[in-house]
Write a protein that binds this ligand. Structure first.
Ligand code: DX5
Ligand code: ZN
Length: 231
């Protein structure tokens, strides 16, 4: 169970998608020692998005390491029929789980199912999708994940129009619901993303593509702390 205060905190979530998969544990230690508390795990199935990543077994290996250090695993499901896998991911150590609006014909049910399993429940929305689906679940979500790139790959450029959704969401969502922004966040735009109203910021290539991922975490967290949040 994620303490409710965490949904109000500014958090930098390094995304393992851009990490060195032969050294995942070591890289997690490095970014957590540098102050990251939440680790973002991208799950892709080659159907919902044109890429394939990891499933519950990898999470099962990593989550104890994250938890031992007082951290949390936030799992972003970019898969078809995510409702079939919720139990597996929670059992493997997902503290928070997000499902895509576009992948859930029964969205309210899927979000409620995540909550019933005791995990933080998130709903994710692609750049090309409007907020109608999110509005339907606004009263039961713990966080909304706004994709600012088309999901599937790290290292893409942030789509500015997608970021505009964050400002709208801050007005729609009840207080205490986190807004996570995922895609194209780096030291050059991170303040702008926080100032748009986001408080959980995912950074994949910015962190793990840097020569020193730990140093980059410190830089990004410093920039976040120095910005003027609007919520
Ligand atoms: C993309 C993933 C992201 C990805 C972001 O589909 O959902 O979490 O790791 O990578 P960057 O930060 O490089 O855009
Ligand atoms: Zn992601």
């Amino acid at each position: 169970m994620i303490p409710s205060a965490v949904y109000r905190e500014l958090q930098l979530l390094p995304s393992l998608l851009s990490a060195d998969f032969a050294r995942l544990g070591e890289q997690i230690d490095a970014v957590m020692d540098a102050g990251a508390r939440m680790i973002h795990v991208d799950v892709m199935d080659g159907h919902f998005v044109p890429n394939i990543t990891v499933g519950p077994p990898v999470l099962r290996s990593l989550s104890p390491r994250v938890r031992e250090r007082g951290g949390l695993c936030s799992v972003h499901l970019m898969i078809e029929r995510p409702e079939d896998y919720l139990v597996d991911f929670v059992q493997a150590g997902a503290d928070a789980l997000s499902v895509h609006v576009e992948a859930c014909p029964h969205l309210y049910h899927s979000v409620a199912a995540i909550r019933a399993l005791g995990a933080g429940a998130g709903v994710a929305v692609n750049p090309g999708t409007d907020l109608a689906g999110v509005r339907e679940v606004a009263d039961i979500v713990d966080y909304v994940l706004v994709m600012t790139v088309n999901p599937g790959f790290g290292g893409q450029k942030l789509i500015a129009a997608a970021l505009e959704k964050v400002t709208v969401l801050r007005q729609i969502l009840p207080e205490g619901v986190a807004i996570e922004v995922d895609g194209g966040v780096h030291r050059g735009n991170i303040r702008q993303v926080v100032e748009a109203g986001a408080n959980w910021l995912v950074a994949g290539s910015a962190v793990f593509g840097a020569e020193d991922p730990a140093a980059e975490v410190r830089v990004l967290r410093g920039l976040m702390a120095g910005s003027a949040p609007v919520w």
